[in-house]
Write a protein of this length. Sequence first.
Length: 543
Amino acid sequence: MPRRVSLFPLWPIGVAVLVVMAAAPLIAIMTSFRAIDVSLWAHLIHHVLPGYASETVLLLGIVLVLTLLLGVGLAWLTTAYTFPGVRLFRWALVLPLAIPAYVLAFVYLAWFDVTGSVTAWARTAGVVLPEIRNRWGAAVTLALAFYPYVYLPARLAFASTGARALEVGQTLGLTRRAAFWQVVLPLARPAIVGGAALVGFETLADFGLVSLFGIDTLSVGIYKAWYGLFSLPTAMQIAAVLALTAMLLLALEQWARRAARYTTPGRGAALTPQPLSPLLAPVASVLCTAVLLVAWAAPLVQLVSWAWLEGQAFLTLRYASFFGHSLLLGTSGALVTAVLALFLAYAQRRSRHPTMGWAVRVALLGYALPGAVLAVGVVAVVSALDRLWIAAAKLANLPATPVLAGTIAALLAAYTVRFLVVAFQPIHAALMRITPSMDEAAQSLGASPLQVLTRVHWPLVRPALAGAAAFVFIDIVKELPITLMTRPFGWETLATRIFELTNDGRWEAAALPALAVTLAGLLPTLLLARTDPTHTTPRNSPC
């Protein structure tokens, strides 16, 4: 009888491949400094790069402050107090996640720019509105788009802290407000820091919004160096600066939660909301309504209005290809990423060796890298592989043509590196709920590792796998810089079409693809929002 080959040696090999996929773009970017255009870099250092870096840091700082104020404040308000509409606001305040930041940006510009509709109306009323196309306008828009990343984990932490945390503070003579600052907030710090880190990564990665607002961040600098200066090495070197900034943010996030253990003083009952005073209750309702209206409802209504009134004029047969390309990339990317995430989670489950833990961390590092950085890195790696292939083909007298550059395969590889952590987390959480005794029982009956996976784990992990694929699908459909920089020649997706139309100021024409992308992200956002926060963990956590 033929010997049955154990699958266990394949797990480290597969994980090593994923580690190489994740690390190769970053290594290619860092090694680009071997060849520097001295004259070009002298110009960049003296006239361009300091501005890119300072704009990036300032924008990042402002967005973090605003999202922390909004996210933590709204989370505590809706968790610790009752007021009219609070049950609706608790889940509805997550809905701005459904609208991509670059979509929110062009709607605001159509309203508040110099020639915007709201600005023109205010001008007729004798009111001069502040200029929006600047750093503060971009920061406020990003904060309204990203605050749910802080709101959701903060609300989870506050809801699960329990009444005893406040009781301990009150027994020490603290008021409810003082107990929040001195007891509850420190206990929630790990969750809040994790959410703030996500906001930081998203801000560094943003390309569409900052380009519309005319903010020259490092992401925009990468694009200009590539398509304006036609210098891929220069774009790679600017990408290295941005990558180091992202790694610094990740290191700060890890340091802020270093080896600390946060426990509540006993499980006890859940936090009981207290009614606000008759004077403050309407203020809280108005505040939550205003945030929800500005960040989600009003932009969505504007998109629907534009699409209904103007969309038919722009709806041509070309849109079938835009929808088709987005659907193809989203579906294939989601399937590939979800399967690889399942493999990675299962490999980590089988091996408790510290090396496997570090390997998984490296494989999931892609989410911390901005999309523009990954795009440049993937193009560099693909170009190097094509050069090797061409050299080998010439030696073998085969057709010497590139086989990877500008292909869907390269685009899917970039998506996989970027969104692997999105799929990994729910799948890993589902595997963690499968007790080792179930594995032992199956193995005692003679099941192989593959049979344990297919007959025991698969039925239990399948719902998480489907959810992970859905989240990756939405992220790919909304993703802009990777698609814009690595797509096959002539390919257009909904996201790239929005970028091209909004760059020309054609807001009404961009409404139709923008509405499609927004509605695509609405269903999973609704499912996430309606989930009981005491049983929800924020996705995309970098840890």
